[in-house]
Design a protein around this ligand. Structure first.
Ligand code: TYM
Length: 514
């Protein structure tokens, strides 16, 4: 875990022995992802079994996969089948809630640290998109321009350095939103926002309440903050946490801010019913410390929320090998979604760590190790065909398949994925982006035949999640929001966005076997 001065404190004076010890530990938190460093200074692969122990999360089992397939009636996504999404918290409870009450909310996010996302960032979004399609549920995507601004200022010694402004991160957020939308989310069910543009109303009141439930010591422990961390970053976590509460977004469920000027009677009761909708967060395990803090406090809110469920992935490794993750600040560690086909080819050929042997002779005789081979690892994330993947591993192990051949297969797959993505990215205009960012009532069906559709959640008079959505629908009709012109423009933009969202199947298929 992070040391208490890892983020923003001046470097502490350490003895050589201490320094050796500190540098040897595996460190995973929202601001650090690094495998253990051994005595010789070699970075080891991230030990996910140890993380399961340390974080106290549960491994995702074969039983979960079976249950998931029974509930959805569909084959689990390759990232789940291959246990790249490897652990969870209360995933079973989300499946129960869906079976019984019919719906839940999906929530994920991105910290826009630069204008282009890398291949690793697409992993939780590809998975989330599939979950949204399978379950037919609403999705919120938070772009934390504020977090990345505060973090960047914090890294600059003395916190005084000029040259970066909140607007720079808002610009990155807009670029990243276009990247995310090019992966193909359903505009009817998806709301995406940046903190600088959206935060206020219920969201902000939830954040304030949540801030009052977290002490400095607790934040320091979870994120490695120290005395010289800026106070914005210290408080930021509350926002990432309450973003998981459906009650932070009344508009999406067709409700208005019940404190607003012309709120209808009953609005407060309807708003309270949003607190009964459970949430599932798909992300990589570095974000788990936020949600550990969240889960401990869900029930302490004035309107208590069910404990948020999590499904957590491993990291797509850096090109250099399995001890770290792709990093936007090191261009040679990552494939960017803006890379050309020849850049992809060069990066894989030059930098991708190989699990092959020193010489051709040795490789043919002893075989290679696909488990540490970066080209094979990338294929395990992006190649759809299970049989082909298995065959590649088998032939690599036996020495029949050479490193160069494995790299060729990986290059072809990634070039297709990235160029298909870039084609769709061109079509995400500002107008399309703004349609997804408009706070509006989302349309989702959820489970068509829940077993307890009207069961009460949280003891709220008979208003379970679907009930809240239906309530919201009525309120939206009563509100009759927006002028005629605004509604027409919104309809047009929505149509465009829908067209775009229908194509991304190709992205997934593109990522699959050729
Ligand atoms: P950020 O921008 O660091 O990462 C965005 C998402 O990508 C995951 N991720 C990866 N997944 C696989 N392989 C990798 N190499 C890799 N690198 C990053 C992250 O776990 C994350 O899911 N504070 C957050 C933004 C955020 C958020 C959220 C993320 C706000 N709310 C809710 C997840 C869920 C951040 O800076 O993410």
């Amino acid at each position: 875990m992070a040391t208490t001065d890892a983020v923003g404190a001046p470097p502490a004076v350490k003895s050589d022995l201490e320094a050796k010890k500190a540098s040897a530990q595996q460190q995973i938190d929202p601001y650090n992802v690094a495998g253990e460093v051994d005595e010789q200074g070699n970075i080891k692969a991230i030990d996910y079994d140890r993380l399961i122990q340390e974080f106290g999360v549960q491994p995702l089992s074969e039983e979960h996969l079976r249950r998931f397939e029974t509930v959805t009636g569909k084959k689990a996504h390759r990232l789940m089948r291959r246990k790249l999404f490897f652990s969870h918290r209360d995933f079973d409870k989300i499946l129960d809630a869906y079976e019984q009450h019919g719906t839940f909310m999906l929530y994920t996010g991105r910290g826009p640290s630069s204008g282009s996302m890398h291949l690793g960032h697409t992993v939780p979004f590809l998975f989330t998109k599939e979950l949204q399609e399978m379950f037919d549920v609403p999705l919120v995507i938070m772009m934390t321009d504020d977090e990345k601004y505060l973090y960047t200022r914090n890294k600059n010694e003395g916190h005084q350095k000029a040259g970066v402004a909140p607007e720079d991160f808002l610009d990155f957020a807009h670029e990243n939103i276009k990247d995310i939308l090019a992966l193909g989310f359903d505009p009817k069910k998806t709301f995406i926002y940046t903190d600088y543009e959206y935060l206020g109303g219920h969201f902000y009141r939830n954040a304030s309440e949540f801030e009052s439930l977290v002490t400095f010591n607790q934040a320091a422990g979870a994120f490695g903050f120290g005395n010289s961390t800026n106070i914005g970053l210290i408080a930021y976590g509350a926002k990432q946490c309450v973003a998981a509460f459906p009650s932070s977004y009344p508009d999406l469920f067709g409700l208005k801010d019940y404190r607003g000027p012309d709120f209808p009677p009953e609005a407060k009761r309807r708003h309270k019913s949003l607190a009964s909708i459970p949430t599932l967060i798909p992300c990589a395990i570095d974000q788990e410390p936020y949600f550990r803090i969240l889960r401990d406090r869900c029930e302490r809110m004035t309107d208590p929320h069910p404990k948020t469920s999590l499904i957590l992935s491993k990291f797509l490794t850096a090109l250099q090998g399995p001890g770290g993750k792709m990093s936007a600040s090191d261009p040679n560690s990552a494939i960017f979604m803006s890379d050309t086909s020849s850049q992809i080819k060069n990066k894989i050929n030059k930098h991708a760590f190989s699990g092959g042997r020193e010489s051709l002779e040795e490789h043919r005789k002893l075989g290679g190790n696909p488990d540490v081979d970066v080209a094979f690892t990338y294929l395990s994330y992006f190649l759809e065909d299970d049989e082909e993947l298995e065959d590649l591993a088998k032939r690599y192990r036996s020495g029949e398949l050479l490193t160069g051949e494995m790299k060729q297969r990986c290059i072809a797959e990634l070039q297709k994925f990235v160029t298909d993505f870039q084609e769709r990215r061109k079509k995400v205009t500002d107008e399309v982006m703004r349609e997804y960012m408009r706070p509006r009532k989302l349309e989702f069906g959820g489970n068509p035949s829940p077993t307890k559709p009207k069961a009460a959640a949280n003891g709220d008079e008979g208003t379970a999640s679907n009930g809240a959505a239906a309530d919201g629908e009525k309120a939206a009709r009563e509100d009759g929001r927006g002028t005629k012109g605004e509604r027409k423009a919104a309809k047009l933009a929505e149509k465009k966005a829908q067209k775009l969202a229908q194509r991304p199947k190709d992205a997934e298929e593109g990522a699959g076997g050729t």
